[in-house]
Design a protein around this ligand. Structure first.
Ligand code: NAP
Length: 289
């Protein structure tokens, strides 16, 4: 018979999932915490840390239904398989309904219902609507941009003496992955929010890509100017550098959305939720360098 779990975190082999698991353990050392992964080879390290591993792919309804038995609170970390996600999340939600999961928190995207980004938000919105229709008690964590996304551009920018993008003068209120993980932990371990609560989460401070390039220049001790491109030219530059076309188009679309304010927020819900300021983007950049 399957044992019961206080918490189950999906995407547990991923970067956000790992941070949430560590945060849950620190917040509630005595809790029974489960980690859902799809690949058996990722189970051992999690089991060694004392997490109960449950195996299921988002593509396997039967395995999901077995894996979600006895779960009190579920964190559904959105899948990384863009284009397949709405169906995948739908299967998790159906399994959670069948298993009688007590509460579901889902990692969505900032302003999923009104974002100017066109590639990423629709699948998140579809998932939010499926949750609302499910009758499950739930909350939506609309995560803004990870600072780490732009930090990944630092190495190529240093190699080519220019940071390229298509975000224009759009301001970006990113936060560290660890900040979003802390928010998930706060929502899971705190008083259960009213079902359907939506948290719009973003960093306390914001920057343009010109600011980001200036900070990178300071840290590197050499000029790394920001070069703004059209969305199409930026996507072409990324595919030219070897990125798969769908990924390049998603990144270019996100930058174009950022140019229209899609990654900006000044409401500070994230820092209120985690009880501390979000990690300054310059700190995340300098730590990575
Ligand atoms: N806000 C942002 O800026 C931002 C940036 C990037 C991503 N995201 C979203 O946030 C999520 C978490 O971020 P992250 O940094 O932790 O991403 P990540 O490190 O790529 O982790 C993604 C996780 O999803 C799991 N996964 C993917 N497809 C699955 C499937 N079919 N069945 C079960 N599990 C599956 C992966 O499992 P495997 O290890 O087996 O692949 C992995 O554990 C991402 O998946 C994406 O939806 C947000």
């Amino acid at each position: 018979m399957t044992s019961s779990l206080d918490y189950l975190v999906t995407g547990a082999s991923g970067q956000l999932g790992a941070l949430v698991l560590a945060g849950l353990r620190a917040a509630e050392p005595g809790a029974r915490i489960g980690a859902l992964v799809r690949r058996p080879e990722t189970a051992e390290a999690l089991e060694a840390q004392g997490f109960e591993v449950r195996l299921a792919s988002y593509d396997d309804s039967a395995a999901l239904q077995a894996a979600l038995q006895g779960v009190g609170k579920l964190l559904l970390v959105s899948s990384s398989e863009v284009g397949k996600r709405a169906a995948q999340h739908g299967r998790v939600i159906e399994a959670a309904m069948a298993a009688g999961v007590g509460f579901v928190a889902y990692t969505s995207i900032l302003r999923a219902d009104s974002s100017p980004l066109t590639v990423l938000p629709p699948e998140h919105l579809e998932t939010e609507r499926a949750l609302a229709a499910s009758g499950l008690d739930h909350a939506v964590l609309r995560n803004g941009w990870y600072t780490e996304n732009y930090v990944m551009s630092a190495a190529p920018a240093l190699a080519h003496d220019a940071l390229i993008g298509a975000a224009g003068e759009g301001r970006i209120s990113s936060a560290a992955r660890a900040d979003y993980a802390a928010a998930a932990v706060a929502v899971l371990t705190g008083p259960q929010p009213a079902s359907g609560t939506v948290y719009e989460l973003a960093g306390d401070d914001s920057y343009t890509l010109s600011d980001f390039a200036a900070a990178l220049s300071d840290l590197a001790g050499k000029p790394v100017p920001y070069v703004n491109m059209t969305e199409a030219a930026y996507a072409a530059a990324l595919t030219g550098a070897g990125l798969p076309a769908p990924l390049a188009e998603m990144l270019a679309d996100s930058d174009a959305g950022a140019a229209q304010g899609g990654l900006y927020s000044d409401d500070h819900t994230l820092s209120r939720l985690i009880g501390r300021p979000t990690t300054p983007w310059r700190d995340t950049l300098s730590a990575a360098l």
